[in-house]
Write a protein that binds this ligand. Structure first.
Ligand SMILES: [Zn+2]
Length: 347
């Protein structure tokens, strides 16, 4: 028999919301920083990853892109990131947000970033059976025109692995302001790219950002969304559209100040009938992993086994992959649930 903690750890999982640079391990980050002479404020992970707020974190997030320069760096981060997520949380499928524009300053073009990334993820898929897709992320610190240019590039290159667009960072005013990027999202939609956006994430964000992301940007899925529970009409809208929210319990707690317990907003989203799927967002920076997000995050919020299984399945329904891949994952997950249910120690 196994404990509920082990049960959550062993559940098969998808991850729909993680930023590629954040899937690095801390030792690899330090190794690559040393390789390129990138001066970090400290080499002690406890200090390097101690953030006061989201803005503080975003400075470190930009640093992490600075250590990815050669194809081998991208390949290694991609491959090792899958290997550790399988070990840390039984990852079975993952979608990565990556913004190719972070690397343009170093002379790396779109394909210089995407090709080795895809190559590393393909090798990992062959060895660990973990499928993947890629989401081209808009850097909200840059202009709306720059977002349009990035989407144009994704359309022109048309890599089958790049299936959607998303976002990272915040606007220069440290806001979300989804409508600012309406043109880039409309362009993506016209060319069959699926759409997600980071909204209603922090105590300072607005629940109306969820409505804007759905109605102005046309998003099929959303990242975070926690402030939604303050606005019943928006909850209703998201429920009607059957939106899947990628939520990040442990990661979010570090920047939001929200305590991880039965009153947490993610638990309120679940209780309101919204569909959530669990991810790490920025695992290295928040010193978390996919297993911990389930094992500690869900358990702290009082999420029980049936709801945890539903969350794992939401991570398939909300994925931006093809229907055959989803059907295969569903069959795999359902079989694993039967095995795990049979050995779970009754509460
Ligand atoms: Zn994110």
């Amino acid at each position: 028999m196994i404990s509920y903690s082990d049960y959550l750890q062993l559940l098969p999982k998808t991850e729909l919301h993680c930023h590629f640079a954040s899937t690095m391990t801390a030792p690899l980050f330090l190794e690559l920083a040393a390789k390129y002479g990138v001066q970090l404020p400290t080499t002690y992970p406890d200090e390097l990853f101690a953030f006061d707020d989201l803005r503080d974190f975003l400075v470190a997030f930009r640093y992490a892109h600075d250590v990815l320069r050669e194809p081998a760096d991208f390949e290694r981060v991609a491959y090792e990131g899958v290997r550790s997520a399988v070990a840390d949380g039984n990852l079975r499928y993952r979608e990565y947000a990556i913004n190719p524009q972070y690397f343009a300053a170093r002379g790396l073009g779109y394909r210089d970033v995407m090709d080795p990334l895809i190559s590393g993820l393909r090798d990992a898929e062959a060895d660990f059976g973990v499928g993947f897709r890629i989401i081209a992320a808009i850097n909200r610190r840059e202009s709306p025109a720059s977002a349009v240019a990035m989407v144009e590039e994704a359309i022109a290159q048309a890599l089958p692995e790049v299936v959607g667009i998303g976002q990272d960072d915040l606007t220069p005013e440290d806001t979300e302001d989804p409508a600012r990027f309406a043109e880039a999202y409309a362009l993506a939609g016209r060319h069959g790219l699926l759409r997600t956006a980071h909204v209603a994430e922090t105590p300072f964000a607005q629940p109306s950002a969820v409505r804007d992301a759905l109605e102005v940007l046309g998003c099929e899925r959303l990242d975070h969304g926690y402030r939604i529970v303050d606005e019943p009409a928006v909850v209703e809208l998201a429920r009607e559209r059957d939106v899947v929210f990628t939520v990040t319990p442990v990661s979010t707690t570090i920047c939001s100040g929200w305590h991880l317990d039965e009153h947490h907003r993610i638990r309120a989203m679940i209780d309101a009938g919204l569909r959530v799927a669990v991810s790490t967002d920025d695992a290295m920076f928040f010193r978390t992993d996919l297993g911990r997000e389930y094992r500690e995050g869900l358990a702290a919020m009082g999420v029980e086994a049936d709801a945890a299984k539903a969350i794992a399945l939401n991570g398939i329904d909300g994925a931006f992959c093809d229907d055959d891949t989803k059907a295969r994952l569903r069959a795999e997950f359902t079989a694993a649930f039967l095995t795990l249910d049979a050995v779970l120690t009754p509460a």
